[in-house]
Design a protein around this ligand. Structure first.
Ligand SMILES: Cc1cc2nc3c(=O)[nH]c(=O)nc-3n(C[C@H](O)[C@H](O)[C@H](O)COP(=O)(O)O)c2cc1C
Length: 192
């Protein structure tokens, strides 16, 4: 079989494997906090970042900037920037620090959050694990986590630092969302 035909088949298999019903994607996405040592391919990193760069934003201001951190020592340092809860950064293949320009959009929290979640969903669709690690309004002792991360990554003062989206090949299995536990009582029809 000619090489070109072969690579067509591989591309097809990859597409079929990746393609899943969107609801299925939402049901099976869980926060993954344990990762193998396997690096993430450049192609996958690009696809994940594209998901962030395509995110809807208020008035199409696109006020976010993403910082991709892959250096192991820096990941370890970032994981220590909070009293607790940032541990998964240390063993991730990479972390995408989501920063948002507060001077560009009054809806900066929303804009940054949507971009972060879309990158998580894209990572999941690629078969990768991810976790949102909160950096905004968190602290290490008396020091604000944002101040520590700002200094470390030389982030300008106008940029809020929302979260780190950790990405890695999964080293844990999580059950899908339990549909029995969907809080339908939180849905109100017409009035509260
Ligand atoms: C705004 C926000 C902040 C979060 N902060 C952290 C965090 O700092 N550390 C962490 O391990 N997980 C964090 N998470 C992940 C949540 O703990 C997780 O989404 C939640 O427990 C539901 O689990 P699931 O994602 O596996 O469905 C955060 C999620 C969100 C949306």
């Amino acid at each position: 079989m000619p090489v070109s035909q072969n690579s067509c088949i591989f591309a097809y298999i990859k597409t079929v494997k990746k393609m899943q019903n969107f609801h299925e994607l939402l049901l099976t996405r869980r926060s993954i906090r344990k990762y193998t040592d396997e690096p993430i391919s450049g192609e996958d990193v690009k696809t994940i970042l594209e998901a962030g760069l395509m995110a809807p934003s208020s008035k199409r201001k696109m006020p976010w900037h993403f910082i991709v951190v892959e250096d192991k020592a820096m990941l370890a340092q970032l994981s220590q920037c909070r009293d607790a809860g940032a541990g998964p950064i240390a063993n991730a293949a990479l972390a995408i620090i989501v920063t948002v320009d507060m001077t560009v959009s009054e809806a900066w929290v929303e804009d940054g959050s949507i971009a972060a979640v879309l990158m998580q969903l894209q990572a999941h669709d690629l078969g990768l694990g991810s976790c949102w690690i909160q950096l905004r309004n968190r602290s290490l002792g008396d020091e604000a986590t944002e101040d520590l991360v700002r200094e470390m990554l030389e982030i300008p003062d106008n940029m809020a630092i929302l979260c780190a989206v950790t990405i890695g090949h999964k080293d844990e299995v999580r059950k899908p969302f339990d549909e029995e536990k969907m809080l339908w009582e939180k849905v109100h029809i017409a009035k509260w």
